[in-house]
Each structure stands twice: as C-alpha cells, then as structure tokens.
Design a protein around this ligand. Sequence first.
Ligand SMILES: Nc1ncnc2c1ncn2[C@@H]1O[C@H](COP(=O)(O)OP(=O)(O)OP(=O)(O)O)[C@@H](O)[C@H]1O
Ligand SMILES: [Mg+2]
Length: 471
Amino acid sequence: MQWFKSIKFKLTSWYVVILAVILSTFSLFLYFTLADSLYKGVDGKIKTMAEIVVSSARSPFTIDLDQLMTDRYGVRPLGRFIQVLDESGKIGGSSTNVQDIKIPISVPTLTAASKGITTYETVEVMGKYPLRLVTMPVMENGKMAGVVQVASSLEGVEEALDKLALILFIAVPAVLLFASAGGLFLANKALKPVDQITQIARRIGSGDLSQRIRIKRGNDELGRLASTFNEMIAKVDESFRQVKRFTADASHELKTPLTILRGEVEVGLKRERALKEYKRILVSNLEEITRMSRIVEDLLTLSRADMGELKMEREKVELSSLAREVWEDLQIMAHQRKVELTFIGDGHAPVDGDPLFLRQLILNLAENGLKYTRPGGEVSMKVESDRDNGVARIFVADTGVGIAPKDLKRIFDRFFRTDKARSRDTSRDTGGTGLGLSICQWIARAHKGEIAVKSKVGKGSTFTVTLPLKH
Ligand SMILES: Nc1ncnc2c1ncn2[C@@H]1O[C@H](COP(=O)(O)OP(=O)(O)OP(=O)(O)O)[C@@H](O)[C@H]1O
Ligand SMILES: [Mg+2]
C-alpha cells in the first residue's frame, strides 16, 4: 500500500480528478447549450410557419394548407403538421400529413388563445418522439375567430442530443483513462531521478562519502537538487577529512616531543649521573613540556573557536600602541636572530575588539617574520588607518625565505608548514606547529576583518590584516 502514498499516485490522482471535473462541466455545458439552441430553432420555425398561416387564414377556415405551403416554401414542409380550427375547436383544414396523427388542443391552451395569447408546448402524441406545438389565435375584429396549430416532430433534436450524450459518456471516461495512464507515465519519468537520489543518499548514509549523484539534468529543479546535494556531501566529506587530518596531525605533533622526552628520561635513568647532567636533562625536558603546552593551548583555542565557545571582548583597542608593545617585546628575539625589527605607526587606529587576541595576532605574524628571515634581514611592522575605507591595516613585511605559490593558499591551514620550515625544524630553531596562522585567520575573521599574504620565494613575504575602524 506504499504505492498509494507515493507522490506519483497523488499527482496522477489530482490530475485525473481535476481533468474529470473540467471535462464533466464542459460536457454538461455543451449538452445544455446545444439542446437550448436546437429547441429554440424548432420554436422559431414553427412560429414563422404559424404566422404565415394566421396571415392567410380567414373564417370559415376552409383553407388548402398544402397549397399555401407549396406557394410559400416551394415544397411541402415535411415533418411539420399544421391545422386550423374555428373558434369552437372544429378542424377547418389541415396539412395532409396530419391524417396520420391527431394534434391535441387542451382547454387552457384554447382559453389562452381566446385571450389572444400564443402557447408553446411539448406533447406526446404517438411514436417515440414528442411533438413541439405552437397554438396561435387568429383574431378578427378583436375577437378570436379560430386558431392555427403548427407542430414539429422533435425526432431530429432528440436524436442529436441522445447521440451527443452517448459520445460524451464514452469519450469522457476514455479520455480520463488515457490521461491517468499518461499522467502516471509522466510522473514516473519526472520522479525517477528522485529514486536515484534516494538510493545514493542511502549509500552515503551508510558511510561512503565518496558517492556523488550523477544524473544528467540541466538546470531544472531536480538538477539543482542533485548539485546542491553533491555540494553538501563534498563539504561534509571535506570536513570529515579535515577532522581526520587534524587528529592525525595533532597526535603526530604531540608524539615528537613526547618521544624526545621519553628518550631523554630513559637515557638519564640508565645509570647514576652527576647533578649537572640531571639539570641539563631537566632543562631539555622543560623545553619539550613548554612546547607541548603551547601545542595543547593552541589546539584548545582553535577547537573552542570552532565550537563558538571563545568569548571575544569588545572594547576600543588602539592598534598602533598594541603593535608597538609587540614590537618592544620582540626586540630581544630579533636581536638574538640578528634580524632588524622596525615599527611605523601613525598614532591613531582604533578598532573594536579583544586586546588579548589582537595582540596574539600581531605577535604570531611578527614572530613568523623573525623565524623565517635569515640573519641580516629585516622585518618591518606598520599600522595605518584608512578613514576613507573605514579600515585599519597592519602590515608585517619581511625579507625572509618567502613562500612558494603552491603553498600560499595552504599556510592558513591547521598544521600546515612548508617543507623549508619543516627542515629547519630539525635544527629546532624555528620549532613551530603550523597552528599560528590558523589562529591569526580566525582572530581576524572574528573581528570582521581579513588576512592576506603576498610573497616571493627568496625575497620575502608581506602579511596584511585589515580590520574595520571603530567610529
Ligand atoms: N613570514 C613568513 N615567511 C615565510 N614562510 C612563512 C612565513 N609565515 C609563515 N610561513 C610558513 O607558513 C607556515 C605556517 O605558519 P604558522 O605560523 O601557521 O606555523 P608555524 O610558524 O610553523 O608554527 P606556529 O606559529 O604554530 O608556532 C610556516 O611553517 C611557514 O612555512
Ligand atoms: Mg607561526
């Protein structure tokens, strides 16, 4: 009984019901208008004929009607019966065909005629079909002198109407039958892709996210449904992959310091050592622990950001002074790396935001600049406010190693590090995890801003953060 609930069935039923209503209304309308006009036609003809007879009838009404009709019409009107009666109801003359039948005249009709009124009626005389009869008075000196009756058989009319009714009775159900077959066929054809989509969705639901709906359709409703569905699955697929990659990368990043930590401790425990030796091991352990804490902290920030759990403060932050503080804090690191760190701030660039996060954003960028620039290079920080466009910009430019075009769009991905950065990692010189820029991007976006990068390998990179100015 599932079938009765299907859209196919419902669509077809509605279609057939509506068509049935339209066809029946149309048939009834056709039947009754035709009947009306046919009956009116008969009435018109017998009336004309009666008027002709009335105009030539004079008492005592011994008139040769056949002769009169032949004179007027050229032929004897077949199927019409004419008779003339005097005022007492006695037949004065009649067309020859009246011999076969008897045209009745009722008392009310005669009474009406005596008052000068013409009466139309349908009478059953004999045979299958009734007669249409007009009774018209002949007035002489204001008084009824006799009546003229003209009758016409309704055989033609009734036969035509019966035939029409029969045709409609057969045709309407036949059309409905064809229509339901056609409707079912069309609904089936139109909805077939839906079944296909359902099947694929079922497969995807069972875990196979690589499935896509492949139906060849243009830009119709189902085509759009299929492509929207595909896009959605692609997104789900991508985020699934990202989660998997993220977990794998996160464990990998934590595994390295843990392995080092374990190795150092194991070596340390192998035999008794001098105090100095233990100290050295502990210092090294602390380094790894610090590194792990940083990774865990960064991961926590990102996952809380993903879940929308991080609360952003909204206060007026002066970007220039914030950047200047970062610049000052990084002087020691710059000095160690023998990289010149400069700062230009035009004094007034207020934005609405969270000072701690914004500080982290600038710090991450400047640190990257220092990390990926060789000794003797330069990192310049600059803050400007562009009132015309209502934005503040932070530039962090370096003369460092640069980023290859193929890596440019990936550097904001979590855990992404260029091969160069990784190889330097072995010297534990730049030891990062590849989360810094992801956090920067998230902070920029959370402030309704954006972050962009331009870079040339061997020449250097420029990161630009654009944030809306506070009014
Ligand atoms: N200024 C830069 N010059 C050249 N390469 C850069 C620069 N900034 C970032 N990169 C590249 O982009 C990668 C990702 O940067 P990101 O700051 O996210 O990670 P990281 O610096 O390696 O580690 P973390 O910042 O988490 O300690 C870096 O590993 C590096 O390869
Ligand atoms: Mg970094």
